[in-house]
Design a protein around this ligand. Structure first.
Ligand code: NAD
Length: 237
């Protein structure tokens, strides 16, 4: 079995992995009260500069939804794969922290984590959200605190991107799970794996721009496909 025999595995996840936990994709999250705002207004440095309170409120609302959600069978199967295959690297575009809550070990969070804050002015890590989430607090430098996620127009954290790049270049087997393969530079990773000779598996109920380049497309929901993969691994172990 390719999974059992491979020594360098990358598991790369996107918002689809959390869809079965009820966490809406980015655009789906712009419903109701938020429908009148563009993604750039809600998730960009310019949007925060213009209207910090609205951006803060949107993230506070999204964070509440993440806290209320439970990990699903896909998160749990991925965590178990990590336990059984210690050479696996988990790279996620998700900011919801559900991989960790499902028991995953280290994860390279390409787009940050919604549960943490940093300073909008000096960039310093500012830890967890305060109990009173009614307005963005001030950092000791005088700047406003903001969620520690990557916004439109911002660069990814260099160390995290480099670690993801290295693991991908070396991957013998690369799983791309629940991502539309549209958001760059993250979307480059599966293509990089393929160029470097890695065997590329896509898990998604829909066709994506990656599908035609994958060695294998497992068409279905991550919450069904990933437990089946885990069961197959256990059966041959
Ligand atoms: P996306 O919303 O662009 O694409 C989601 C993909 O998941 C689609 O291809 C869809 O067909 C697929 N999908 C839907 N249900 C699925 C299921 N049950 N199983 C497997 N696949 C399923 O998401 P993206 O590619 O991750 O990019 C969106 C960006 O928005 C990312 O940068 C991410 O950081 C951010 N985001 C994160 C979260 C989160 O943390 N949960 C949620 C929304 C957006």
């Amino acid at each position: 079995m390719r999974l059992r025999d491979c020594r360098r595995l990358v598991i790369f996840t996107g918002a689809g992995v959390s869809a079965e936990s009820g966490i809406p994709t980015f655009r789906d999250a712009q419903t109701g009260l938020w429908a009148k705002y563009s993604p750039e207004q809600l998730a960009s440095p310019e949007g925060f500069r213009q209207d910090p309170q609205t951006v803060w409120d949107w993230y506070a609302w999204r964070r509440e939804r993440c806290l209320a959600a439970q990990s699903n069978p896909a998160h749990r199967a991925i965590a178990e794969l990590q336990r059984r295959l210690p050479y696996a690297t988990l790279i996620t575009q998700n900011v919801d922290g559900l991989h960790q809550r499902a028991g995953s070990g280290a994860a390279l969070e390409l787009h940050g984590n919604i549960h943490r804050l940093k300073c909008f002015r000096c960039g310093e890590d500012a830890g967890a959200w305060p109990d009173d989430c009614s307005a963005p607090p001030l950092h000791s430098c005088g700047g406003l605190l903001r969620p520690a996620v990557i916004w439109f127009g911002e660069n990814l954290v260099q160390d995290v991107l480099e670690a993801a790049w290295r693991a991908t270049e070396e991957a013998e087997l690369f799983f791309s799970i629940g991502t539309s393969s549209l958001v760059y530079p993250a979307a480059e990773l599966p293509f990089l794996a393929r160029r470097n000779g890695g065997y590329l598996v896509e898990v998604n109920p829909q066709e994506t721009p990656l599908s035609a380049h994958a060695d294998l497309c497992l068409t279905g929901a991550a919450g069904t496909v990933m437990p089946a993969i885990l069961a197959a691994l256990v059966a041959v172990a």
